[in-house]
Design a protein around this ligand. Structure first.
Ligand code: SF4
Ligand code: SF4
Length: 338
């Protein structure tokens, strides 16, 4: 089997960075996220492959927080597209966990299937290689397994398995992964190592039957209590690797301008405010209910699996302690004859 020894890790990242932008988990200021290896500040930023999950997921790599789409020129009532900004530059996400890999599958389904392809997403995705870091010791807020994700088999092009001081087992899983492996083969060793055993999850979740049960719970009083602490701050949607709502805006000066899109949040009032001033989700309860029904019911109905990957980030980030695991448990226990 192929092994990446830990003393060769930086050489591999340097080598990969010669032909692609390589995004790795890094500490940055008081936070952490996936940032360019080449552009890191080695004095201040630390590679965090040993962390279970960094604060910000790699969502931004395939679905940027702000993205210029077209430049336009207006002439009277007509507008002409001058340039389209699809970015197909090669990129690699190195060290993402199985929960974040599943979130990329969610995005792939949303942006690339069911008869519609988002060309901006596709240009990046077609040129992105995923190198996943298998998890063997789930943290206190991890519950990916309960949401149907296998922590030791991330859905990626290459899996690395941390065996400790001996290095990482390196397994190419797809043709893209094999091609990338070829390019760095001189930095890998041939050796037999045993992968660690997966430890038990401290947080257990039973999602079975939840999507079906939620179908009959749109008007259930449970939503009043569950949403009562929510401040509609939107942090949960921004840290979530699978939330993908966006807004499209235009910026103009004189006859020129451009269209751009940026992340939005279903937790905000403006998200559903209509031009005439009406709003079908004007209350916190309605917005909160929509977020969790989308995660746990609607997406499962459409794609066959939930839009929550069990990464636990929203549990850590929510300023009022709202916890999606408790929501799943309360839905399971709720009486539907009310
Ligand atoms: S809803 Fe929460 S736990 Fe689920 S994927 Fe999003 S951030 Fe992670
Ligand atoms: S982070 Fe918590 S308080 Fe903020 S919008 Fe999400 S659920 Fe509500």
């Amino acid at each position: 089997m192929k092994i990446l020894s830990k003393d060769k890790l930086e050489s591999v990242l340097d080598k990969l960075s010669e032909s692609a932008e390589v995004f790795v988990p890094l500490s940055r200021a008081n936070s952490s996220g996936f940032y360019s290896w080449k552009n890191r500040n080695p004095e201040k930023e630390r590679l965090m492959l040993d962390a279970l999950n960094v604060y910000l997921s790699p969502k931004n790599v395939g679905f940027p927080q702000n993205e210029k789409m077209y430049s336009i020129i207006q002439s009277g009532p007509n507008a002409e597209i001058k340039e389209t900004f699809e970015d197909s530059s090669p990129r690699i996400i190195f060290g993402l966990r199985a929960c974040d890999a599943r979130a990329i599958r969610c995005m792939d389904d949303v942006f690339l299937t069911r008869g519609y392809e988002d060309s901006f997403y596709k240009a990046r995705r077609d040129n992105t290689v995923l190198i996943g870091n298998a998890c063997y010791e789930p943290g206190p807020n991890c519950f990916c397994q309960g949401m149907g994700v296998d922590p030791v088999e991330p859905e990626v092009d290459i899996i690395i398995r941390d065996t400790g001081a001996q290095g990482y087992i390196w397994e190419a899983k797809t043709p893209k992964g094999e091609e990338l492996t070829e390019g760095i083969s001189s930095l890998l060793q041939e050796k037999e190592l045993k992968a660690p055993e997966l430890k038990a999850f401290p947080t257990q979740v039973d999602y079975s039957g939840v999507a079906e049960k939620l179908k009959g719970m749109f008007e259930h009083p449970i939503w009043e209590g569950l949403s009562s602490a929510c401040q509609n701050c939107g942090i949960c949607t921004y840290v979530c690797p699978s939330c993908h709502c966006f807004d499209i805006q235009v910026k103009t000066w004189g006859e020129e301008g451009y269209r751009f899109r940026c992340w939005d949040s279903c937790m905000y009032t403006e998200y559903t405010t209509e031009a005439g001033g009406g709003n079908p989700r004007s209350t916190t309860k309605e917005r909160f209910r929509n977020r969790f029904l989308h995660k746990l019911e609607f997406f499962t109905e459409r794609y066959g699996y939930p839009l929550c990957t069990g990464c636990g980030r929203c549990i850590v980030a929510c300023p009022t302690g709202i916890n999606i695991v408790n929501i799943i448990n309360e839905v399971k226990e709720a009486s539907v004859d009310v």
